[in-house]
Design a protein around this ligand. Structure first.
Ligand code: NAP
Length: 251
């Protein structure tokens, strides 16, 4: 799979799965617009420098994906500096664990704002660009948590289910313009966020036992499937959800 200099925007790219996706796309020949919130500027620059060392053009764009004005400015800057955007990976996400009974309202709001509304806002800002060029690849990072979920993650599960529903309808709207929209559902991946499920050795062992591959995922495990959805190899694949979980959810 080669990108022939296509340009991809990756949100939440400073660390974890977003960083691995950015580097995976860079290795496959994508130039990059890499996003994270301003507070992560140093970590984002480190990811960007790694991608530059692979010979790619890379722009660092600080924006909170849940803020419409910042998202609009981010997309305008990406297009101004790189010429266009062919593919987007909506990876930025947060998890604030709480059971339903005690879940503070702001946990619900912030998780929905970043995970669900953030995905919507980035796509909305990019659609005019993608429609004008008659080409686009939209890859939204949901979660197997949006299908099954786990205790203390009901609001997170709701946000990730929202991303899947959004993507299925989006695919129907944008298909005639040469744009595909698909979801990736990572399983249990060892990142700062994933540690919520992994710090307790018993919980970690239980997840490992539930996984056909008998191991916890690495961020790099997600990069290849995302690159597929960002490439022309998936030109006739849209509205789909792919589990990248080592075989927890079998379908
Ligand atoms: P992570 O290590 O916490 O990284 C997420 C990145 O997104 C961080 O750099 C974070 O910045 C950034 N971010 C947060 N809010 C943002 C905002 N409003 N605007 C822009 N960037 C923002 O998480 P991860 O494990 O790599 O997860 C990446 C994606 O995969 C998420 O959508 C997550 O829900 C999904 N996922 C993860 C797992 C897993 O097991 N790890 C499983 C299924 C799905 P800060 O550090 O400042 O918050």
């Amino acid at each position: 799979m080669t990108a022939n200099g296509k340009i991809a925007l990756v949100t939440g790219a400073s660390r974890g799965i977003g960083r691995a996706i950015a580097l995976g796309l860079a290795q496959r020949g994508f130039d990059l617009a890499l996003n994270d919130i301003a507070a992560q500027a140093e970590a984002l620059k480190a990811t960007a420098d790694e991608a530059r060392a692979l010979g790619r053009r890379v722009e660092e764009l600080h924006a909170d994906v849940s803020d419409k004005g910042q998202v609009q400015a981010m997309v305008e800057t990406a297009v101004e500096r790189l010429g266009t955007v062919h593919a987007v990976v909506n990876n930025a996400g947060i998890l604030r664990a709480s059971d339903v009974e005690h879940c503070p309202e702001d946990y619900w709001d912030s998780v929905m704002d970043v995970n669900a509304k953030g995905t919507f806002l980035v796509v909305q800002a990019l659609l005019p660009v993608m429609k004008a060029q008659g080409y686009g690849r939209i890859c939204n990072i949901s979660s197997i948590g949006g299908k099954h979920g786990a205790p203390e993650q009901a609001h997170y599960s709701a946000s990730k289910a929202a991303v899947m529903g959004f993507t299925r309808v989006l695919a129907q709207e944008v298909g005639p313009f040469g744009i595909t929209a698909n979801c990736i559902c990572p399983g249990i991946i060892l990142t700062d966020m994933g540690r919520v499920n992994l710090d307790d050795p018993d919980v970690r062992g239980a997840w490992q036992a539930k996984t056909a591959m008998a191991r916890i995922g690495d961020p790099g495990d997600v990069a290849g499937p995302v690159a597929f959805f960002c490439s022309d190899d998936s030109a006739f694949v849209t509205g789909q959800t792919l589990n990248v979980d080592g075989g927890i959810v079998l379908s």
